[in-house]
Every structure is written in structure tokens, then in C-alpha cells.
Design a protein around this ligand. Structure first.
Ligand code: 5AD
Length: 423
């Protein structure tokens, strides 16, 4: 479901009103709402008012979603200005991206503000709420960073049954109003292709939603079958675009084909007509800014629909337990630079970023170029067991769910417009 920045009614003419939001003034139809007057706060889809809300609630959403446009660019370098200009034509070199990732002080703030403006310009005032259901924490792989790696014997493993998964997803759609459902698990072959197909079909039979599968390296055939069953998107990170680092972090006995294999599979999946979400982990031990710049360029090259990236968080029971976590500021700069280079992508504030800074990450991410959120709908009894990393943030905001435009069919129509290629 979508959440939008509220606007204030500044003029009314019959069934139409002029709505002023932080990104400008636009005309909307107010036919669905009774007794609208000048000064009221409205939530609207692109051109239709969907809900009237209290000024206090409007302030709360504004505080969360609308960044401040920084116009004071006195203390920024000529080079920085040139880079922002190049970004406007959607083109940045690796060196320019590295410059952005190194920005500090005023330049960093201007980078965030610029990314926010590019986001609003391309995606209007909407942010999308995705529901993620982590249905199994069994994993055949042994990735060095991940708490679910098969050699981590301290993990209490669980699998949700097909009916449990379907029930959670259907409730997320039909009771709460989500329209984007992410089904995630470790690399767990106990779920056969046919089982995954059954899950997708059963959810689609009862719920009007988009389904994103996040089940790792499965066969091309499996991805084809899931697509035919109704899956729309795939969440599958390449983790790092540096092949050497990839090989160090993913021991050969599991992910045999290395980075090339993963990228080839991602391309194959894209060709099948899936919406692709992919990206790196930020701040992996041994990762350089050059690598991160390559990661951003890789997301662009793959033409990801969603650029999904989050900071590394060391996890006990893994070989990287003693390493430092990824940097929050660097994560925000990576989001902002990605926004400049891939203006129309969805960029979520990932759970890992919220875990490192539970108080501010959501707001800062949404004001630095990100435009969507992942809410965890894994049933409470399993949640703590899906420990990719420790102290995982489990924010799910009832207020945001309430404010979202899920009741209007407009929300669905908007998404359908965005996703028409992937249905
Ligand atoms: N820190 C941050 N992200 C992690 N992931 C796995 N382990 C970690 C960690 N320790 C990410 C990977 C994976 C996604 C499901 O979670 O990018 O693809």
C-alpha cells in the first residue's frame, strides 16, 4: 500500500480542489470526500482525494516524509556542483560516485537534499509499504556474513507450512491492506518448486496483490514456474559486485557458480518478465568505496526496479562476528547516490539500516532518496529465529498502515500503472 504526503486545500472549485504539498500545487478531484473546505488536510492519489486527516496527523507524516530543500550551496566545491549537474542527465562516472560517497558536512547535506528532490520529482509524494513474511530460516548456504548460514548451529530452525504462509499473506492483504507481499526464506530446498507454486497460486486466488519471491539461487525452471503461477517480482541481492570479495564471502561448496552465476540468473529472471530488486550489502569487511561505486553502477546496469541495499551487521555464530558494522552515513550516501543515478527506482529503507539507528533511520532514509519501507509480518513466534543479524528491527507502524491509501482502489490502480509490465 502507498503512503502519501498530505496536502493542504488552498482553493475549491466544484468537485476539484487545489492541493498544496511540499512538492508543489496540483489539482485533485474531491468527489469522494464530503464537506471539504479550504485549510483541510487531504491524502490524495495522483489526482483524487482519498482521505481527510487531522492537522496533527498531517504534521506527523510531513515530519517523517518531507525533507528540507537545502539551497545554501556556498560551501560546496565546483566539482561537487558539476557532479550534481551530470547527475541530472542520469550519468555519473565511477569517480564521481566515489566523490559523492566521500562527501561530508554541507556537501553531504546537499547530496541528501538533492536525492530527496529527485525522488519527489520522479515518484511524486508516494512511499510504498511492503510486507515481508520470512517463512523459513533453513539455509543450505554458508555465506560468511549471514546468521542463517548452515554451519551456524545455534540457530533454532523453523519452517512455516503452506497454509500458514498463505494465511499470513492473505491477512496482510485483505485485513491490513498491503499490496506488496515479499516471501523470503533461506536457500531451503525442502520447499519444492511445486510447493512454491502452490503458495503463490493460493495467495493470488484470494488476494489482489503483487508477490515478490526472495528464495535465492533456484533453477531457471523454478523461476519460470513461479512466474507462471503469478509471482511478479524477485528480491535477490548480488551482495557485492567485486568477484574476489564475493568468492571470499560465499564459500565455493555452496554457491558454486560465483558472482557470474548470480548475475546471469538475475538477468535470466529479468528476461522472464519479473520486476527485479537487487543490490549490495554496505560496509562488508574488505569492501572499498570503489566496490560500492561499482555496486551502484551494477544496479543501474541490471536496471533494477528496486535498489535494495543495507549496512552489514556482524552476527554471532558467523566468521565475521568480530567485524565492525557498516556505517549509517555511508549507507545514506549510497542510497542518495543510487537515487541520483537511478531516479525512478524504488529504494527501501532496509531493516538493517533501521536496526543500526532505530530512532532516525526511517526518517533520514526517506529524506535522502529512499521511498519505501519493509514491514515485518512474520508471525511473532518465528521472528526472533530469523536472525540474519542480531537485534533485528521489527518496526511496523500501525499509524502508517492506517494512513496508507489502501482502502481506495486508487492505490491499486497506481501500483498497477507502475507494475503493468510485471503482471
Ligand atoms: N548484515 C546485513 N545484511 C545481511 N544479509 C544477510 N546477512 C546480513 C548481515 N549480517 C542480507 C543479505 C541477504 C538479505 C536477505 O539479507 O543481503 O541477501
Amino acid at each position: 500500500m502507498c503512503l502519501t504526503i498530505p496536502g493542504k486545500v488552498i482553493e475549491i472549485k466544484d468537485q476539484n480542489a487545489l492541493l498544496k504539498t511540499s512538492s508543489g500545487v496540483r489539482q485533485i478531484n474531491i468527489g469522494l470526500i464530503s464537506r471539504v473546505k479550504v485549510g483541510d488536510w487531504l491524502l490524495a492519489s495522483i489526482d483524487l482525494a482519498v482521505k481527510k486527516i487531522k492537522a496533527k496527523d498531517a504534521e506527523e507524516i510531513l515530519e517523517l516524509l518531507s525533507g528540507k530543500k537545502i539551497t545554501d550551496t556556498n560551501n560546496v566545491s565546483f566539482k561537487f556542483r558539476e557532479i550534481l549537474k551530470n547527475a541530472q542527465i542520469g550519468d555519473l562516472t565511477k569517480e564521481e560516485i566515489i566523490y559523492l560517497l566521500k562527501t561530508e558536512g554541507q556537501e553531504k547535506e546537499v547530496l541528501f537534499s538533492e536525492a530527496d528532490a529527485v525522488c519527489k520529482e520522479n515518484l511524486k509524494d508516494f512511499i510504498c509499504l511492503h510486507a515481508i513474511v520470512e517463512f523459513s530460516n533453513y539455509c543450505a548456504n554458508n555465506c560468511f556474513y549471514c546468521g542463517l548460514r548452515s554451519e551456524n548451529k545455534t540457530v533454532v530452525r523453523y519452517r512455516m507450512s503452506i497454509s500458514e504462509i498463505v494465511k499470513v499473506a492473505n491477512e496482510a492483504v485483505n485485513k491490513i491492506g498491503y499490496k506488496m507481499i515479499v516471501l523470503q526464506s533461506g536457500a531451503d530446498m525442502q520447499y519444492t518448486d511445486e510447493m512454491l507454486v502452490e503458495i503463490i497460486k493460493k495467495i493470488k486466488a484470494k488476494s489482489r496483490c503483487f508477490i515478490f519471491m526472495s528464495v535465492g539461487e533456484r533453477s531457471v525452471q523454478c523461476y519460470k514456474k513461479m512466474k507462471k503461477a503469478g509471482a511478479n517480482g524477485v528480491l535477490f541481492r548480488f551482495e557485492t559486485s567485486n568477484p574476489k570479495l564475493y568468492n571470499i564471502l560465499h564459500p565455493k561448496n555452496t554457491l558454486k557458480g560465483g558472482l557470474q552465476n548470480r548475475l546471469a540468473l538475475l538477468r535470466e529472471i529479468k528476461k522472464m518478465g519479473y520486476y527485479i530488486s537487487s543490490g549490495p550489502i554496505i560496509g562488508l569487511p574488505g569492501q572499498t568505496l570503489e566496490d560500492l561505486a561499482d555496486d551502484i553502477l551494477m544496479m543501474k546496469k541490471l536496471s533494477v526496479g528496486m535498489a535494495s541495499m543495507g549496512p552489514f551487521i556482524p552476527c554471532d555464530g558467523t566468521p565475521l562476528a568480530g567485524e565492525s558494522h557498516g556505517d549509517v552515513e555511508l549507507s545514506l550516501k549510497t542510497i542518495a547516490a543510487s537515487r541520483l543515478l537511478i531516479p525512478k527506482a524504488r529504494i527501501p529503507v532496509t531493516t538493517a539500516l533501521e536496526t543500526l539507528d532505530p530512532q532516525n533511520a526511517r526518517k533520514r532514509g526517506l529524506q535522502s532518496g529512499a521511498n519505501s519501507l519493509m514491514f515485518n509480518l512474520t508471525p511473532a513466534k518465528y521472528r526472533s529465529k530469523y536472525k540474519i543479524y542480531p537485534n533485528k528491527f521489527h518496526g511496523r507502524d500501525k499509524d502508517l498502515e492506517d494512513f496508507a491509501l489502501y482502502k481506495g482502489k486508487e492505490s491499486w490502480e497506481m501500483l498497477t500503472r507502475e507494475f503493468k509490465k510485471y503482471i
